[in-house]
Design a protein around this ligand. Structure first.
Ligand code: IMP
Length: 182
């Protein structure tokens, strides 16, 4: 099992894996999938959460791997939900977020990709500025129907080139440069 890949993505989220696979394919890196829900430490730092998650995943699976931790940071509510994005999505969801916002709708998506193997633990960050739409638009996962990237009038759920500009793309592009030369 898991033999033909050099690098694995450990996550419980199929959407994240499919996007990461598509992006890394374009950089010539083949990505396997270990579907697993990893325990998360509580912290205000996405990077600390990602590093802890990656070390834990490596201790479990003992294969070179990457994990991802994301946050949606909304300006007018002090960067909330940030590191609590997953919990907030499960509890109040997109409707709840929309009900909290007025005129200032600026937001950013942050992705931390952390690589771990026997000797190395290294993180890569990708940020994408944008805003929160006034209503949900398009069919997409997570916050896709309410996040409008800068220079677009459409939400992530409505565009067809998300994987060429997303926070995930930016973090994985940095990772790929490093990984292919390490
Ligand atoms: P986590 O990294 O799984 O904790 O993700 C934080 C939250 O952000 C989860 O609710 C995800 O569904 C959501 N999320 C992360 N990346 C994306 C994305 O690209 N589109 C939409 N929602 C996302």
């Amino acid at each position: 099992m898991h033999k033909s890949f050099d690098l694995f993505f450990v996550s419980s989220n199929n959407h994240k894996y499919h996007e990461a696979k598509n992006i890394l394919d374009s950089f010539g890196i083949r990505l396997g999938f270990i579907k697993s829900r990893l325990e998360e430490i509580q912290s205000n730092s996405l990077c600390d959460i990602a590093m802890a998650k990656a070390s834990y995943a490596f201790s479990q699976f003992k294969k070179p791997l990457i994990i991802e931790d994301d946050g949606l940071f909304i300006d007018s509510i002090g960067g909330f939900p940030g590191p609590y994005s997953s919990y907030v999505f499960k509890t109040i969801g997109n409707r709840g977020i929309l009900s909290l916002l007025k005129n200032n709708r600026k937001a950013k998506f942050v992705s931390i990709i952390t690589y771990c193997d026997k000797t190395t633990l290294q993180s890569f960050e990708g940020n994408l500025n944008g805003k929160i739409s006034k209503s949900q638009k398009g069919k997409g996962w997570g916050y896709d129907p309410i996040f409008v990237p800068n220079n677009s009038v459409k939400t992530f759920a409505e565009i067809n080139n998300k994987n060429e500009l997303s926070h995930r793309y930016k973090a994985l592009k940095k990772f790929s440069k490093w990984y292919l030369h390490k």
